[in-house]
Structures are given as C-alpha cells and as structure tokens.
Ligand binder design. Structure first.
Ligand code: GTP
Ligand code: MG
Ligand code: ZN
Length: 337
C-alpha cells in the first residue's frame, strides 16, 4: 500500500486541530480543579493514556481517571506525576516529575514525540518468521544505547528453530551475542522460556518492540494471564472503552515489573541523530571511535580508518558498518553534525 504523504498545509491543519483539542481538555481540567478545590497533591504513575485521558495509579495501586492540566507537556505512559483528587476516582494531573528515560519518535513535523517514560528495559522481539531484519534490529539497538536503556533480544517462536534454517538463524543472532547483547529464547505458543523472561522483567518497566508478526502481542498474552481483567479494571476506572486500540497501557506482571504496550511503538522510526550520536549507538565501534587518522573520518575510503581496520580484523562485522553507513547517509539533514 502506498504511504500517504501529508502536505505541509495538511500537517499544520492537523496540528491546529490537535492543539485546540488539547486546550479544550486542559481548560476542563483547570475548571474541575476550581470547582472542587484542591486536595493535597499526591504522587502517582500514569499507567494508561488515551488522548488527554490518563489513568493514574496511586501509591496503593488504586486507579484514578485524571485529566491533564495545561502547559505541563505531553504526559505519557510510565510518567511519574503529581496529581490532585477532585472527586472520588477522579483527579487532575498538575505536574510531571523528571523522566529518567524517554522513548520518543519523530512526529509529522519531525519533532520528538514521547511514547513512554521511565522505561528501564527495551525488549527487542525477533523471530525466525518473519525473516529478521538486522537493519531494523540495529536501529532498535541504537535507540536503546541513545536513550540509555539496556536492550534484551528476545527470540520468539523458538519452536520453529530447527534444521539448516535454524542453524543459519542462530548464526545470524550470534553476532549480537558476541557484541555483548543478552539473548533470550522463548515461545509464546509452547510457553518455553517464559520463566527466565519473567525473571529478567522483574522490577523493570519494559517495552516490547519489533517488526509486525514476530509475536509481541502473543508474548504479552502469555506473560499476562489476567490481561482481560487488567483491561477491565482500567476501563472501569477511566470510563474508557475496552477496545481503545490507540491507548498505550502499562500492565503489571504477576511476578513483578511493568510492561508497556504502546501502538505508537509499532510504527517505529529512528530519531534524528548526529553522526557522533549514531556512532555511539553502535556499541562495538566504541573501542575504535576517535582512533581514525582523520578527526572527521566517515569510515568510507579514508586512509588510516580504525573502524575499517577493525572490520578487516574481524572485530567489527561488515554488516554493522554497512548499516551504520546507510543510516548516516539517510539521516535527515540539518542536525548536529
Ligand atoms: N510458531 C509460533 N508462532 C507464534 C508464536 N508466537 C506468535 N506466533 C504467531 O505469530 C503470528 C503473529 O503474532 P502476533 O502476536 O500477532 O505478532 P505481533 O508482533 O503482535 O504483530 P503486530 O501486532 O502486527 O506488530 C500469529 O499468527 C501468532 O500465532 C510462537 O511462539 N510460535
Ligand atoms: Mg500485536
Ligand atoms: Zn574511520
């Protein structure tokens, strides 16, 4: 299907509509605060967001339906916030506490739009089917390195790994193990490997990313036996429907830890990065970065290129360098060089 390109005018129009809607909702938030007087401010965590409607979990795990006050920025799932109760089960978010990490993607105009906050683990799901794309995998890894969150490569559909095809798949993954990324094998179908996964996710706020069809939803279902219950509780608390596919939600794992499911993440695109930031995102380049003969070495044809030498010695894979060069080439211009 051809991707629809929006004209500048259409983008501005969409932005104006969105801003108006935000203003209207924010006014509603401050009106309710005025009507009900301000109770003591409390801290909570945003566990679902649907438009301007937020579900905030308090220190006891009770869920409150909150609106967001104006000018406190774009609140997302995982945010720690200050909120004030207005009436039972309802409140207004008045401030967003500083984020430790934020996963963002570029919006229509190329500006960063946050998707989830305070995540502590990026789980990159791949599978033998659909055919994995190392190019996409490398972009996810660059993202994890850039936002300062550890990455875990979860190979789903382990039940399909066998024979010659399985061998070649395993070989492709080995590169990443050699670079130092942890790899875990699971099967959402047979439930193989779920226990080690539960263990790794304990105490973390994780987010699952990966190309369509690798089994992210299947893993979430396997990890959350009470998924329907959690969705039910959320929709009851917030008055929002159960099938709000555009909501991003933070689920509690039975063994501890949180899992954020966000549709925005599904159409992942790498943020604009400077060449330096991009290079930093390739963890295996780091021992050689800055050791080229020329300061501004692009690692292409230059003499005395430490990165290319490392490739020749087999310390860096040619494929990783190719992906780096391609990403550097296609990165939107005008940033941070
Ligand atoms: N053999 C096998 N198939 C699986 C496994 N997990 C998921 N699948 C199948 O893979 C297909 C895609 O799974 P989904 O969970 O919908 O994948 P997804 O990553 O959520 O895909 P999107 O929502 O499109 O991004 C489905 O047909 C699943 O039944 C597994 O462990 N083994
Ligand atoms: Mg899915
Ligand atoms: Zn170089």
């Amino acid at each position: 299907m051809a991707k629809r390109r929006l004209t500048q005018k259409q983008k501005q129009h969409i932005q104006r509509i969105q801003e108006k809607r935000r203003e209207r909702l924010a006014k509603r938030a401050s009106d309710t605060l005025e009507q009900h007087g301000a109770d003591a401010p409390l801290e909570g965590r945003v566990i679902a967001r649907h438009g301007q409607n937020l579900a905030v979990s308090d220190s006891e795990g009770k869920i409150h339906h909150c609106l967001s006050r104006q000018n406190i920025g774009h609140i997302v799932c995982g945010d720690r916030v200050v909120w004030q109760a207005t009436e039972p089960g309802n409140g207004v978010v008045t401030a967003c506490l500083e984020r430790e990490t934020v996963l963002a993607r570029p919006d229509y105009s190329g500006r960063e739009k946050p998707l989830a906050a305070n995540i502590t683990l990026l789980v990159i799901v791949i599978a033998p089917e659909p055919e994995p794309s190392e190019y996409l995998l490398d972009q996810y890894l660059v993202t994890a390195e850039t936002i300062g969150v550890p990455a875990l490569i979860a190979i789903n559909k382990a039940d399909l790994i066998s024979g010659d095809k399985g061998d070649s798949f395993n070989q492709r993954i080995q590169l990443y193990q050699e670079i130092g990324y942890p790899v875990i094998r699971v099967s959402a179908h047979t439930r193989h490997g779920l226990d080690p996964m539960f263990e790794r996710l304990q105490g973390e706020t994780s987010i699952l990313v990966g190309q369509s069809g690798v089994g992210k939803s299947s893993i979430i279902n396997a990890l959350l036996p009470d998924l329907d219950l959690q969705i039910g509780r959320l929709s009851e608390a917030t008055g929002l429907g159960k099938h709000t596919t555009s909501a991003s939600t933070c689920y509690s794992l039975p063994t501890g830890g949180e899992l954020i499911d966000s549709p925005g993440v599904r159409s992942f695109r790498l943020l604009k990065l400077s060449r330096q930031e991009l290079e930093h995102g390739f963890r295996d380049f780091r021992p050689y970065s800055g050791h080229c003969q020329f300061n501004d070495c692009k690692h292409q044809q230059e003499p005395g290129c430490a990165i290319k030498e490392a490739v020749e010695l087999g310390e860096i894979s040619q494929q990783r360098l190719d992906h780096f060069l391609h990403l550097a080439e296609t990165m939107p211009k005008g940033l941070g060089e």
